[in-house]
Design a protein around this ligand. Structure first.
Ligand code: IDP
Ligand code: MG
Length: 170
């Protein structure tokens, strides 16, 4: 009985800890970098309580971006999208936390800024769909693919923020 209770406790604990380790791939696009919005965007994710586990500053190649957006390769805007994304440096990041994929998308706002709610990153900071300043994974599966495309495993850092116990109740 005692052992069962202990096991149940640990299984609940590990479930909630596993959920809190969900990861998403977020990237400030070239227009976000050029417009000096990197800090503002990072601040929103930090202030929410999500944990930064990987980040770099790089100028991505068209080949790399074609892989990143391979699902959209048949769309008429694909060539323009690749050119835009390769037009300057970007800031790819991995953020971790409970429901971070879905919440991250909500924080970004709708793809087309004319439909993004005020208060969201796109709703507040940009105007047109072809210059919408930020990328965020749309599912846990695509997040994993994107993280693997942009980061080596050793570039994703496991660490425990001092404030963690004040962000999560268990
Ligand atoms: P998402 O970035 O919100 O996930 P997706 O549909 O995956 O939106 O499209 C990827 C990116 O392609 C968008 O963020 C935007 O930069 C660009 N895009 C999407 N639709 C259009 C369009 O109709 N015209 C120009 N660019 C577009
Ligand atoms: Mg998308």
């Amino acid at each position: 009985m005692v052992i069962c209770t202990i096991l149940a406790f640990f299984s609940l604990f590990s479930k909630s800890m596993a959920a809190a380790r969900e990861r998403t791939f977020i990237m400030v696009k070239p227009d976000g970098v050029q417009r000096g919005l990197v800090g503002k965007i990072i601040k929103k994710f930090e202030a929410k309580g999500f944990k930064l586990v990987a980040m770099k500053f790089m100028w991505a190649s068209e080949d790399h971006l074609k892989k990143h957006y391979s699902d959209l390769s048949a769309r008429p805007f694909f060539p323009g999208l690749v050119k835009y994304m390769a037009s300057g440096p970007v800031v790819p990041m991995v953020w971790e936390g409970l429901n971070v994929v879905k919440t991250g998308r909500q924080m970004l706002g709708a793809t087309d800024p004319k439909d993004s709610a005020p208060g969201t990153i796109r709703g507040d900071l940009c105007i047109q769909v072809g210059r919408n300043i930020i990328h965020g994974s749309d599912s846990v599966e695509s997040a994993q693919k994107e993280i693997d495309l942009w980061f080596e495993p050793k570039e994703v850092i496991a660490w425990r923020p001092a404030a963690e116990a004040w962000v999560y109740e268990d």
